[in-house]
Ligand binder design. Structure first.
Ligand code: PLP
Length: 486
């Protein structure tokens, strides 16, 4: 039964404490029993929807009833990203400190639009992002701003780059203009789809994006970039932005930013660096080199929610021209006018209100300390190299890309197997449906490639041993099935 005492009140403080303690116990237990759950949810599409009432309850329900349904209905539908054998896509995990940060952020529920509506969020964000900038060894010319995802950070970066062209797109738009030639953005053929989506959303069209060839290590080829820009200019197009990637999605390859920078400077193009995944690695002294050249980029995106143990979502755009970002996005209606000379975060993006996201990053950085974070990222890279060493020693497996960070691209290649793509797809599917682990795939040089990412705070060497054993067991089964077929 609902325990409310009057028509407008929330849960009583006594109940909040009681349920809060229960909730924290539940979360602590969840982390302790994580490995008992199948990594990928086993439900079928619509199972959860069909189990839920079609309309909302008229009267409030007890917290106990709600919570019982979390166990009964929600948990089976959860894919456990925190599971130590979640190796698909980019393996990420939250952290206890980050969870506390989220709780507090929901508690304050501030909407950071004006400084006045959220001084804590505005000023903590500036400070924490400056800490992170220093940790990544980016120069002080970069000022950070938090968005939800890298997709949105990149969208804002390209919008700022376009604003810098002084083509009056803000005033006149892009349609119906005879004076506006084709605007072009360049990125590698290995770049994340978010670059293309940003181009679509900004009205530049797919023709507005040119994908540049990569080398044998999946890095953008600067010679091809130069050629493309020169050809486009000769055809009367307006090249205006290059998006390089440090840590591509398929293989974590690193574009040669230091060679791309002079091309951008020569042609006055904005250079945006997508370091959504690998930006975190730059806090590790021996990996810092991955951002070589980025000090001369115009903007860099990194995602603490990918590899800095910060609960989703939190993406940081570092930009050297916040004035252009502001020019592209600032629009102040009467009811939001203030007379303070302060940063109003609504001026730097499409959103008006913004969540107090910096709080969780502040918690994470303070709780682990720079050294604690470095140690954990270093350990993930060590585990990836360890797995790679087993693959290299085995006759049945091969590596398909270099391993700069903590992602291993590989495949099974037993002798006398005709269709390696089908074999590897089958291995991936059988591991994933077992619930024991989750791995994903990509295509490299037309080869079906298994991707195994290591990035969870829960992962230990025994989990890498486990997935290696699973891979080999599944391969043994596939081989014996083939023998039987023959
Ligand atoms: N850029 C890279 C290199 C990525 O790997 C990803 C996602 O994996 C993204 C961008 C998009 O990230 P988000 O989900 O934060 O938009």
């Amino acid at each position: 039964m609902n325990k409310k005492t009057n028509a407008s009140s929330d849960m009583s403080a006594a109940d909040f404490r009681r349920h809060g303690y229960e909730m924290i116990d539940w979360i602590a237990d969840y982390f302790e029993r994580l490995e008992d759950f199948p990594v990928l949810s086993k439900i079928k599409p619509n199972d959860l929807k069909n189990a839920l009432p079609a309309s909302a309850p008229l009267e409030g329900e007890s917290f106990g009833d709600i919570f019982a349904d979390v166990e009964k209905l929600i948990l089976p539908a959860v894919t456990h990203w925190n599971h130590p054998n979640f190796h698909g896509l980019f393996s990420t995990s939250t952290s206890a400190a980050g969870i506390f940060g989220e709780m507090l952020s929901a508690t304050f529920d501030m909407k950071a639009m004006l400084w006045r509506t959220a001084p804590a969020s505005t000023e903590l964000e500036e400070t924490v992002l400056d800490w992170l900038r220093q940790m990544m060894n980016l120069n002080a010319g970069f000022k950070g701003i938090i968005y939800d995802t890298a997709s949105v950070s990149t969208l804002h970066a390209i919008a700022a780059a376009r604003e810098g062209l002084d083509l009056k797109v803000r005033e006149n738009g892009m349609s119906g203009r005879a004076d506006l030639p084709l605007l072009r953005v360049y990125t590698s053929e290995q770049a994340h789809s978010s670059v293309e989506k940003a181009v679509l959303l900004l009205g530049l069209g797919q023709k507005g994006l040119r994908k540049i060839e990569t080398d044998e290590q999946f890095r953008m080829r600067p010679d091809k970039l130069r050629e493309a820009i020169e050809e486009d200019k000769a055809n009367g197009f307006i090249p205006f932005c290059v998006v390089a990637t440090v840590g591509t999605t398929s293989t974590t390859s690193v574009d040669p930013v230091d060679e791309i920078v002079p091309i951008c400077e020569e042609h006055a193009l904005w250079l945006h660096v997508d370091a959504a995944y690998a930006g975190s690695a730059a806090i590790v002294p021996e990996l810092q080199n991955c951002l070589k050249g980025c000090e001369r980029a115009d903007s860099v995106v990194t995602n603490p929610h990918k590899w800095l143990f910060t609960p989703f979502d939190l993406s940081v755009l570092y930009c050297r021209h916040l004035d252009l970002l502001k020019r592209a996005f600032s629009l102040v209606p009467e009811y939001l006018k203030t007379d303070e000379t302060v940063t109003n975060q609504m001026d730097y993006g499409i959103q008006l209100g913004r969540r107090f996201r910096s709080l969780k990053l502040w918690f994470v950085i303070r709780y682990f300390g720079q050294n604690g974070l470095i140690e954990r990222i270093r350990e993930h890279c060590r585990l990836a190299k360890l797995l790679a060493s087993w693959i290299e020693k085995s006759e049945d497996w091969e590596l398909l890309a270099p391993i700069p960070f903590a992602l291993v691209c590989f495949r099974a290649c037993p002798k006398n197997t005709e269709d390696l793509d089908a074999l590897n797809e089958k291995l991936m599917n059988s591991i994933n449906t077992s619930g024991e682990a989750y791995i994903s795939h990509t295509k490299l040089n037309e080869k079906f490639t298994l991707r195994l990412s290591i990035g969870s705070l829960q992962v230990e060497e025994r989990h890498i041993e486990k997935i290696w054993k699973l891979l080999n067991e599944n391969l043994a089964v596939a081989k014996s099935e083939k023998l039987n077929d023959n």
